[in-house]
Design a protein around this ligand. Sequence first.
Ligand code: ADP
Ligand code: MG
Length: 659
Amino acid sequence: MSGHEQDNFDAKPSPGEESSPVETDGPIDPVDLIVGIDLGTTNSLVAVADARGPRVLRLGERLAGDDQEDDQEDLVPSVIRYAGEVVEAVGAAAAADLKIHPTRTVFSVKRFMGRSYADRRKEASVVPYSVVEGPRGLASVEIDGVIRTPQQISADLLSHLRDQASAALGQAVKRAVITVPAYFDDGQRQATRDAGRLAGLEVVRILNEPTAAALAYGIGSRGAAETIVIYDLGGGTFDVTVLEVMPPDPDDAEGESIFRVLATSGDSHLGGDDFDRVLIRDLIDEAIAGGDGTDRARRLAILREVGARAKIALSEADATRLVLDGSGVLPDVDRVLTRAAFEEAARPLVDRTLDACRRAVKDAGLEISKIDRVVLVGGSTRMPMIREAVEQWFGSPGYVALDPDRVIALGAAVQGSILAGVRRDALLLDVIPLSLGLETAGGAVAKLVVRNTMVPTKAVEMFSTSVDGQVNVALHVVQGEREMVADCRSLARFELRGLPPMPAGIPQIEVTFNVDANGVLGVEAVERRSGRRARVQVVPSNGLTREEVAQIEADSYTHAREDMLVHRVVDLAVNAALDVKWIQEALARVRDVLPASTTESVESHLAIVEEFIASARKDPRSVDADAFHAAKESLDKASMPVHEAAITRSLRGDGTEAS
Ligand code: ADP
Ligand code: MG
């Protein structure tokens, strides 16, 4: 293992300012602007791409009392409520009141897109709103006597997305790439096009969702052809696609990568909703017994909400509480759910997704070993059991670096920028544009992969803890050329949990950085003794432009000397703190056998070094590294008699030994 054996983690990384990627949705040339829209069964999103790469737009105002996470604002529930001729609510507002207006609120309309009523009769019987035979035999929705086709309803959703996106960007959105499942037939694709047109959008391309996922990761933009699997577990559907991706012809300047669907499989009735149901199975029976249809729909909607919330909590925690105030119409419930029990109960659902994977790979005429990688898509792939099952089945971890519920929209935006002729993702490079490293004690950076390294590449280093008995270690992955975390870009944070308590410096934490050919970085930390492990995946080039990379490089030269000194001071402070601790402990044991003059001398040296440590922790730039170093050396010299006395005492074993 390499050099940084002495490097320590901070128990808690310093709260140094993060240089996070710019979040503003600044204007793009209006002529060029083509947005990407993921028109999902459960959620819809809009994204754009420019030199900084693709980003999802934050749409709309949050609801009052809305307890959604901040980062969920960009997902718009594909839910809409009508009152006669008018649209009464769209998105989160409509979803929130679904249980109040079950018969006037339309969700999952994508299931009916471009299909005949005859074809969808069974589907129609399970939704609380009324599905009827509409024009040209199409499955249509009737509310308050008004009949609308799925494309009209989708158009209302798209109009909302278009308006919100225009407001977010500060310019009118007119052109869009809209995604559809790979299995959509011509009728369903045409219905999606019509919906866009009705919403006043020029639909420049209908794009397959798995192709969008590949584009978002830059798969097939260079190098060799790849065969990939897209595993997409959404709210109500599971789709698996085997895709062959070929890089563009290098002689063709306008060339686009070629994406060929080799096989698709899946289950149109298997998704996150089924996992919700696993958690509330027994309660559902009570909810559907008795009452009229509307009552029943209301009770089911309430149950689904609590089930979904508990499920999402279990993606993060080992256990959660399910609390339901039945208010007389449903039982009052307060129970603890564990992830382990949930995973066992949901196992048959997971196995059904793997069965579909098996069929798809077989239909593509391939062996699993011929699959280069798996991309995870859809909110439900956040569940650890899904990630583990996929990794086990395919033999390698799936791509999760891009948010699984945003990756389709991001890819659609990339396609939009290619069609608009905007130079796409400028940072698809064969080398790592900025160094990759890990925060160490005191806010310094240990670089594991230096800039300009060819991809793929791998680096391993050993680290340890800096506090006695540390059971959780925070890891902070950063990117940049400077020596201190505060001057670098934060890429990801994760935690290695549940270490057995050990003295500082004893745990052996092996950290591996693995950058693959597509520039996706996987970081894994393993504590050797306990075998505890944790990992994270990111795309380091996300949100970076060429100009920024050049600027970061220039800054590193300007600050090179200052940075080197600061790093030295931080390292000195870490090492000196350990010295001080040892010397103080030894001194306490042997004080009685030392002459007072020695004790006093050691104590005054300790005081000087402690002052340096305190200043270094406050502001390492204010500390003279040479003076600090000299003070530490004199402390070491002055404390020799202490160490000698301590060794003599422990050799004699005269009982006063502290431990
Ligand atoms: P769709 O493609 O059907 O529009 P999404 O990809 O947006 O759907 O996925 C929605 C589903 O993801 C819902 O069932 C939701 O409960 C689930 N989901 C979202 N976040 C999590 C999470 N952290 N853990 C488990 N499931 C999640
Ligand atoms: Mg989806």
